[in-house]
Design a protein around this ligand. Structure first.
Ligand code: GLC
Length: 542
């Protein structure tokens, strides 16, 4: 297999609204990103992935796009983007952008035209408009639930003022699903792909990549509410067998029709020079179906989300790594590793929060960074941030509103980054930030952590540097497990690298002739005797 830069790249995810504000309106922007890009480069990553900064009414954090080839004024201008690209180039960072093909915003010109046009018109045919069931069409065409809660259909008022057709939205009602059976939709997306490739981007993250094809619309699902619950990572009180059954056949996700679309896009991207790539956000069940998205003529990568839920447990981690390794053994695509992102709890919080959560998160990061494949790091993960508390009046996530506050949603993981200084917003903006930063983040700011040799920031920098320079790390060669007691994870990668992780509450003592490269917490060594504290990982080298 010929190797390419994205086979073992480290990609840093930037959520533009929360990274850095240059014009003091309380929201991050492209110039802000450009000004702070040296921080990202100092981590030793290869690329940045920018979550959407396109024109959008921002009902779903920019994933409701009203013009995918225009920049939203809140983030700046195309010139700002080009300057950001130039800065990234100077710093040796590639740039990946988001592509949101499952839906547009209801403020997109196409949707406005659809509302102004009659049923069955070409303008309506770009979306999923259907007549309702019931004598007067008063019932939705089917009973599917929105992934964000509530019904996935909204009825419109026709131009004569009467209630009319219904449109499908798997997410918020402001995000009408596109009809991928209509070739016009693909033509428009190919235009968008070319537009950003011509701007020099190195690739795309495809949002909801498993959602583009849908089954027969006029067919109800036997348990739509159960299905929505089964799709949520945080719902655990559901019978595992039943969950498996629900997830194995979802009428709007992971349908065979999506693959034809990706083959076309692959042909398109292959006409561009440079090693550019697509990574799919595709939640598939069982996860062994993931490889279908990365067949040689399809996409290049698919996110592996197993580590979004993995426990800090040696046996579980080993099984997850083995599972991916065996699932991916027949494709050339590299595995990917993700500890958190803009949709999921921050890893420190998920592993219990506080000092223990942080210790486990640092130790898990060391395991993840030593694995073969690509690594995605969500902004603030390198600072060991936790989810921040968000007051009800500050909440913005449609999940919060569509579930009447039953689910808090994702705002807590989208609170801006603390850069420096003694008081919020800690250099993110001059005065205010769209979500307030907690006061105790003073100690977690980039400037504060810079001074502290034991900080999470300096740990990430050190690890990523070793990952680049050690001959056994990077690359796609697998791990070989070493015998270890319960709760201890131990593997080698050749030549000469060894990882030992203690996932238990007790110390683990062992002897080694190898040199210590890095440790997630300070550890004691006496000669060749090592004492590994609870929840600690170390890297060793011959
Ligand atoms: C993806 C995005 C998420 C968004 C959803 C709908 O899952 O990551 O933030 O809300 O798609 O576009």
């Amino acid at each position: 297999m010929t190797s390419t830069w994205w086979h073992d790249a480290v990609v840093y995810q930037i959520y533009p609204r929360s990274f850095s504000d240059s014009n003091n309106d309380g929201e991050g922007d492209l110039i802000g990103i450009r000004n702070r890009l040296a921080h990202v480069a100092s981590l030793g990553v290869d690329a940045i992935w920018l979550s959407p900064f396109y024109q959008s009414p921002n009902r779903d954090g920019g994933y409701d796009v009203s013009d995918p080839r225009a920049i939203d004024p809140r983030f700046g201008t195309l010139l700002d983007f080009q300057q950001l690209m130039q800065r990234a180039n100077e710093l040796g960072l590639k740039v990946i952008v988001d592509l949101v093909p499952n839906h547009f915003s209801d403020q997109h010109d196409w949707f406005k035209a659809a509302l102004a046009s009659p049923p069955n018109s070409p303008a309506r045919n770009r979306f999923h408009f259907y007549d309702g069931k019931g004598v007067h069409g008063e019932l939705p065409p089917n009973n599917w639930e929105s992934v964000f809660g509530g019904p996935s259909w909204t009825r419109i008022t026709e131009s004569d003022g009467k209630p009319g057709q219904w449109y499908l939205h798997l997410f918020d009602s402001s995000q009408p699903d596109l009809n991928w059976n209509n070739p016009e939709v693909n033509e428009d997306f190919e235009k968008t792909i070319k537009f950003w490739l011509d701007q020099g981007v190195a690739g795309f993250r495809i949002d909801v990549a498993h959602g583009l094809a849908k089954d027969e619309i006029y067919q109800d699902h036997p348990d739509p509410v159960g299905l929505t619950a089964a799709l949520r990572l945080d719902v655990t009180d559901i019978d595992p067998e039943y969950r498996k059954q629900l997830l194995s056949d979802i009428p709007f996700f992971d349908r065979d029709g999506v693959h034809k679309i990706y083959r076309g896009w692959r042909n398109l991207i292959d006409t561009y020079p440079g090693d550019r790539f697509f990574v799919a956000e595709a939640w598939v069940y069982p996860t062994s179906r993931a490889v279908r998205y990365v067949r040689p003529d399809e996409l290049h990568q698919i996110f592996n989300f197993d580590f979004l839920t993995i426990q800090w447990n040696a046996e579980e981690i080993r099984a997850a790594v083995d599972k991916i390794t065996s699932e991916f053994k027949n494709v050339t695509a590299p595995p990917t590793w993700v500890l958190d992102n803009h949709d999921s709890p921050r890893v420190v919080t998920r592993l219990g929060g506080g000092a223990i959560g942080l210790a486990k998160a640092r130790a898990l990061a060391m395991v993840t960074q030593a694995l073969p494949g690509n690594l995605y790091i969500y902004q603030g993960e390198e600072l060991g941030l936790e989810d921040a508390p968000v007051l009800p009046e500050h909440r913005q996530d449609p999940i919060f509103f569509r579930t009447n506050g039953v689910q808090l949603g994702r705002d807590g993981v989208r609170v801006p980054i603390p850069w420096e200084g003694d008081a919020p917003p800690f250099g993110f903006a001059e005065f205010n930030s769209w979500l307030p930063l907690p006061a105790h983040w003073r100690e977690l700011s980039v400037a504060a952590q810079q001074q502290d040799s034991q900080s999470t920031l300096n740990l990430y920098r050190k690890l990523l540097k070793i990952r680049k320079s050690h001959p056994a790390l990077g690359g796609l060669a697998g791990v070989s497990w070493q015998d270890a007691p319960t709760g201890i994870l131990r593997f080698r990668r050749e030549p000469g690298f060894e990882l030992v992780a203690n996932t238990t509450d007790a110390e683990f003592k062992f002897t080694t002739a190898k040199t210590l490269l890095a440790a997630s917490m300070p550890i004691q060594t006496t000669g060749s005797d090592v004492t590994l504290p609870p929840h600690t990982t170390i890297w060793l080298s011959e």
